[in-house]
Design a protein around this ligand. Structure first.
Ligand code: MG
Length: 299
C-alpha cells in the first residue's frame, strides 16, 4: 500500500516513497494540539477527554506532561519558547512560564466568559491569536457543559497591553489557525456546528498589524474538515482531513494526501530540520518524514 496519494505531480517531490506513516503511540481517546519542542527533543499533545497533556520523546516514548490539563486542546510556543495553551475546562488561554508557573492570557471578553478556546498561534510581534468555538462546552466529554455566553470569534491579544480584540466575528465555529511564512496571510478554518449542514471551509485573510481584510473561502476540505493546519516554508498549507492530511497549494488546489487510518485532528512540523510531520488522529499519534520543511515559531 502507498501512504500517499499524488494529485499534483509536484506533490511527488514533497514525499518519499520509502518513508512510512508510522504510529508512534495509541490508546488515547481524542488527541489534538501537537506542538514540537526541538530544544527538548519532544512532542507535546492533548488527550482531551482524558484531561491530560502527553509527551512523546524519540527513543523513550510516551509520558504524561500535565494532568489534569483543564481539558487543554490546541498548543503553540511563543518566540521565547514558552508553551501557550487553549483550555476547554478553564475556558481560557494560558502561558506556561519557563519556571513552570501559569499565566492567564485571556478568559473573558466584554465581561463574559470565553466559550472554549480551541487553537492558537503567536505572531512574531508577540500578539496571540486564538479561536473560541463552543465545542468544549457542548458536553462534559471534552470539558464542562455550559451555556455559551459569547459568539464564536477569532481574537487577538495585544502583546503590549494585553487587550483583546475581535478579529473575525462573522464566523460560525472558527477552529484551526495558521499564518503564512511571511505572516501576510492568516488561514482560519471554520468547522461549523457538529452534525449539521453548516459549511466547513478554510478562509484566508490579508493581515495588517492589527486588522484583517478579505476572508474569502480558500479551500474546502473533503472528506472531513480543517481542524488543524500548518504551513511549510514555501507557503503550502497542510491540513487535517477525515482520510489523512491534505496538502493545499498557495493557489488553493489540492496537491496530494498523506493517508492516515484514523480521522486526523491536527498536525505540526518537528524533528530534525522540521522535516517531520506529526499527526494527531483520534486515538493515535503518527509521524512521517517529508522532503519538505515546515515553519515553526521556535523550532
Ligand atoms: Mg481544533
Amino acid at each position: 500500500m502507498s501512504f500517499f496519494e499524488i494529485i499534483d505531480p509536484a506533490f511527488g517531490k514533497f514525499v518519499m516513497g520509502n518513508a512510512p506513516v508510522k504510529q508512534l503511540a495509541t490508546g488515547f481517546d481524542w488527541v489534538e494540539g501537537p506542538v514540537w519542542f526541538g530544544d527538548a527533543n519532544c512532542l507535546l499533545f492533548s488527550d482531551i477527554p482524558n484531561n491530560r497533556i502527553m509527551r512523546w520523546t524519540p527513543g523513550t516514548g510516551i509520558s504524561i506532561f500535565r494532568e489534569p490539563s483543564n481539558f487543554s486542546n490546541g498548543h503553540t510556543r511563543d518566540r521565547q519558547g514558552r508553551l501557550v495553551s487553549c483550555e476547554h475546562g478553564g475556558r481560557r488561554v494560558t502561558r506556561t512560564e519557563l519556571d513552570g508557573s501559569i499565566t492567564v492570557i485571556a478568559d473573558s471578553f466584554d465581561g463574559k466568559r470565553l466559550n472554549s478556546p480551541n487553537d492558537v498561534v503567536v505572531k512574531s510581534d508577540g500578539s496571540i491569536w486564538f479561536t473560541d468555538p463552543h465545542y468544549g462546552i457542548m458536553t462534559n466529554y471534552e470539558g464542562f457543559q455550559a451555556e455559551q455566553e459569547l459568539p464564536c470569534n477569532l481574537y487577538r491579544v495585544d502583546p503590549q497591553n494585553g487587550e483583546m480584540q475581535v478579529m473575525v466575528g462573522d464566523g460560525n465555529c472558527p477552529n484551526g489557525l495558521a499564518f503564512s511564512p511571511d505572516e501576510s496571510l492568516l488561514y482560519m478554518a471554520d468547522t461549523g456546528r457538529m452534525f449539521s449542514d453548516d459549511p466547513q471551509h478554510i478562509r484566508v485573510f490579508d493581515v495588517s498589524e492589527t486588522s484583517l481584510s478579505g476572508g474569502d473561502v480558500f479551500h474546502v476540505i473533503a472528506p472531513g474538515c480543517a481542524d488543524g493546519m500548518r504551513l511549510d516554508i514555501d507557503g503550502n498549507l497542510w491540513s487535517s482531513a477525515a482520510d489523512g492530511v491534505h496538502c493545499i497549494a498557495p493557489e488553493g488546489h489540492l496537491m496530494g494526501k498523506i493517508l492516515v487510518p484514523e480521522v486526523v485532528s491536527n498536525i505540526c512540523f518537528g524533528g530534525r530540520g522540521l522535516h517531520q510531520l506529526f499527526i494527531t488522529a483520534t486515538t493515535s499519534v503518527y509521524a512521517v518524514s517529508l522532503n519538505r520543511a515546515g515553519i515553526s515559531p521556535t523550532g
